[in-house]
Design a protein around this ligand. Structure first.
Ligand SMILES: O=c1ccn([C@@H]2O[C@H](COP(=O)(O)OP(=O)(O)O[C@H]3O[C@H](CO)[C@@H](O)[C@H](O)[C@H]3O)[C@@H](O)[C@H]2O)c(=O)[nH]1
Ligand SMILES: [Mn+2]
Length: 759
């Protein structure tokens, strides 16, 4: 651990102790009322630690067994043994890393009432909300405006709220949708206010609406629903046609920005203040002010890098600083709609706390999704990560920045260091009211040209970090290393809900980008062990590596699921026989870690089948997405390819949606990932059949030597049942194409036949 980090922590602990003592002396009560949040330590820490030590012991025994029993040079199976040994080393080391996030689990509890007592509406700080979208097809404008409308409908003074939409798709369809949303908001916001509507996303709200209770409410509900449906169908029909109707174009001067030549990759900067919060005419049907609403499409030219989402957020930071310049910024992906009307107040409890608030850079909420099925067959819900792992890292006073659902202190995003610095939030908008709207627009556009950032610190010391496809992780790390604290807050009612992938290939592409980006962080200047040395706790450094090592951990997994069945087929034992005492550490390590993971999962309130599904997806990602992520990182390190960002598809055809809801895997497609997936599944099936045959036929061979391999292959086969089904039984669009089936049969057979030459 970095010495400085340690010392700082000691100091922190001492400060806490002092606080406790003061409380004992009877000054506690007043202080408690003053406090705006509290940190609670997770229970069972002691039990957890004892358990972890026993697993560690078992692992050491396994390593010892492997090293002591390496086959001599020239004997069969030496290479296999060595590769399995290395894999087990890797598994063990990775397991140690995963413990770092379970060592100090802690939870945050904000005291909203204390905040509301201390601050009335007048005194509350302004908040800017950034929404990013990048493609009107993959991210339908209707979905985008639902997020925007929910953000506008927060239970927060509208004059303190500004919503900025960055459209990297540069699409007039999205602009049109936003324009329509601004009109609809004049009805929607008062409606939300009157009836405390939650969720504030009209789409989600009307979908969950069954029968109303009061007649007044019912009438209004019906009226608003009709307005919403009208707006939705108009937007969808324009999207269907691919253009905005001529009569609408003439209604707003903003449309002049689009001409025949405008494309996603090539257009001038477009900034439109759709609603200006200071404008007396921007009022809703109750005569109350509306939040400021701004549309932004930064300039894009083919020969200039735009740095994807990081570039978009940085442009938003600059534009918003000229308009509202709020001290706090909420970042949202366009599918992540706010689901709790009071989230802003809860978050401010952390930032505005008198003693601990000033050094908090950001407050991250977990990523949750609205479309999770009962047994979550693509393991989209990240239950354990959200409930335990991120809370575990937050025990060190640091949270990961996950890109969306995160409130930032503006200064922390601008590269400020915390050292000797007292963060303040009484920042005023820079806006010069004397400027005409045209002058202001001109000034704003000049901030988001392609060349604006040349020769500046943007993307390096300022704003979100460039060049890494998980800009969020790298940026969070950089901020923490500048001395800031951060909070991970996982409230009972989900604060934000997004859309999770509904097909396997979309899920795999997303995980490939993540694993690639995170491993890239490890090699970049932001490597937690080097960049973070002496600045963040060792536990945090290791905590990050839980995720940064997703990609390289694909190698030992691949080795295990390929070498084991091949050896089984050829009768080469790799594990102790059943009667050996050395089997115990293997059995204990395996059963206890999986047992623990099972309990952990169930304690998140999900089903046993969900856990089983999670194990399958983990295997799939580790053998495909992470493996390709690994290769991608390597080619990038060698300078052979560049950072990319493939947007996650957020629409599903009816066919796909139906299969998703029935929890049937949608493999579909012809990717090389599917070939690997199918080959691994077949290889284990061959191994299992061969192994069982051997055991039955050749009892003298002391086949109990193979029992462990048989059991492991059996598990892999069981977990792959949906793959065999998709290969041989199913024939719908979600099944695996026959060309891939043939390829994988050939590959698996080749691997089996060629193996003896290699070993
Ligand atoms: O050039 C781009 C590409 C993407 N986006 C936006 O970035 C967001 C996230 O993209 P998405 O395709 O949904 O990726 P996910 O994998 O779901 O995103 C997760 O992972 C990303 C890092 O890989 C983070 O940036 C995201 O916040 C986090 O939700 C979306 O709103 C996009 O519109 C842009 O604004 N510009
Ligand atoms: Mn997303």
């Amino acid at each position: 651990m970095g010495e400085r980090g340690e010392r700082r922590e000691e100091r922190g602990e001492r400060r806490e102790e002092r606080g406790e003592r003061r409380e004992e002396r009877g000054e506690g009560m007043g202080e408690r009322e003053e406090r705006l949040f509290e940190t609670k330590v997770g229970r069972c820490r002691g039990v957890d630690r004892v358990f972890a030590s026993t697993v560690f012991g078992a692992m050491c025994l396994i390593w010892a067994y492997r090293v002591r029993n390496i086959p001599t040079v020239g004997s069969s199976g030496r290479l296999a043994w060595l590769s399995v040994m290395l894999s087990e080393f890797a598994f063990g080391l990775y397991w140690i890393i995963t413990q770092s996030v379970r060592w100090r689990i802690s939870f945050q509890i904000p005291f909203k009432h204390n905040l509301l007592q201390r601050y009335d509406e007048e005194n509350l700080p302004a908040v800017d909300i950034f929404v990013c979208t990048a493609d009107p097809i993959l991210e339908p404008p209707c979905m985008v405006i639902n997020t925007v409308l929910s953000a506008m409908a927060y239970n927060y003074p509208p004059n303190k709220l500004s919503v900025y939409l960055s459209d990297d798709g540069g699409s007039e369809l999205t602009f049109y949708a936003l324009l329509r949303a601004s009109i609809f908001s004049k009805h929607w916001l008062p409606f939300c206010r009157r009836f405390n509507v939650e969720p504030m996303s009209p789409e989600a709200f009307f979908a969950s609406q069954i029968n109303s209770t009061t007649t007044e409410y019912a009438q209004q509900c019906l009226f608003i629903k009709k307005l919403y449906e009208e707006m939705k169908s108009e937007i969808e029909s324009s999207v269907g046609k691919g253009k905005v109707p001529e009569n609408v174009r003439s209604e707003h001067r903003g449309f002049k920005e689009w001409n025949g030549k405008t494309t996603k990759q090539d257009h001038q900067a477009i900034v439109e203040m759709i609603m200006d919060g200071r404008d007396r005419n921007a009022i809703d049907e109750d005569g109350l002010q509306l939040p400021t609403l701004v549309y932004l499409a930064r300039e894009k030219r083919p020969n200039y890098p735009h740095h994807f989402k990081a570039g978009a957020i940085n442009a938003l930071i600059r534009v918003s600083s000229e308009i509202s310049n709020a001290p706090f910024i909420l970042n949202l992906d366009c599918d992540m709609y706010p689901n709790n009307a009071n989230t802003i107040q809860e978050t401010l409890c952390f930032f505005l706390d008198k003693t601990k608030g000033h050094d908090i850079a950001y407050v991250q909420f977990p990523q949750s999704f609205s479309n999770i099925t009962k047994n979550d067959h693509y393991a989209n819900s990240y239950l354990v990560i959200n409930k335990f792992e991120l809370a575990g890292i937050s025990g060190y006073g640091v949270s990961l920045f996950c890109g969306t659902g995160c409130f930032h202190r503006r200064e922390s995003l601008l590269g400020a260091y915390l050292r000797g610095y007292k963060a303040k939030w009484e920042i005023k908008p820079k806006i010069n009211d004397n400027r005409s709207i045209d002058e202001l627009n001109q000034a704003l556009k000049s901030l988001v040209t392609c060349t604006y950032e040349e020769g500046t610190q943007w993307g390096k010391e300022m704003g979100l970090v460039y060049g890494i496809s998980v800009e969020d992780i790298a940026t969070g790390l950089a901020i923490s290393c500048r001395g800031w604290k951060s909070i991970y807050y996982n409230p009972e009612r989900k604060a934000f809900l997004g859309i999770a992938p509904t097909t396997l290939d979309v899920a795999c592409l997303q995980h490939k980008r993540w694993s690639q980006g995170m491993f890239q962080v490890f090699f970049s200047k932001y490597c937690p062990f080097i960049y973070g040395h002496g600045k963040i706790n060792l536990g945090v450094q290791m905590g990050y590596c839980n995720y940064l090592f997703w990609a390289p951990m694909s190698l030992p997994t691949l080795c295990y699921v390929i070498v084991l069945p091949i050896c089984l087929l050829h009768g080469i034992p790799l594990f102790p026989q059943l009667s050996s005492i050395w089997l115990l550490p293997f059995a204990y390590a395996f059963l206890s870690t999986y047992g623990y993971s099972f309990c952990e999962y169930l304690s998140c309130g999900s089903t046993a089948k969900g856990w089983w599904n999670l194990q399958r997806i983990k295997l799939i990602h580790r053998t495909t997405s992470y493996f390709f992520g690994f290769i991608d990182t390597m080619t990038k390190q060698l300078g052979l390819s560049q950072t990319n960002f493939l947007i996650t598809d957020k629409v599903a055809t009816e066919d796909i949606q139906k299969r998703y809801e029935q929890e049937i895997f949608h493999f579909g497609g012809f990717s090389i990932m599917l070939t690997i997936l199918a080959t691994v599944a077949l290889l284990n099936l061959f191994g299992l059949i061969g192994g069982i045959k051997r055991t039955l036929m050749d009892l003298k061979f002391n086949s109990s030597h193979l029992m462990v391999q048989i059991s492991l292959s059996l598990l892999v086969v069981m977990i792959n049942l949906p793959v065999y089904e998709a290969l041989f039984i199913r024939s719908d669009k979600g099944s695996i194409p026959s060309s891939i089936m043939i390829k994988s049969i050939i590959l698996a057979s080749l691997a089996c036949c060629l193996a003896p030459f290699i070993y």
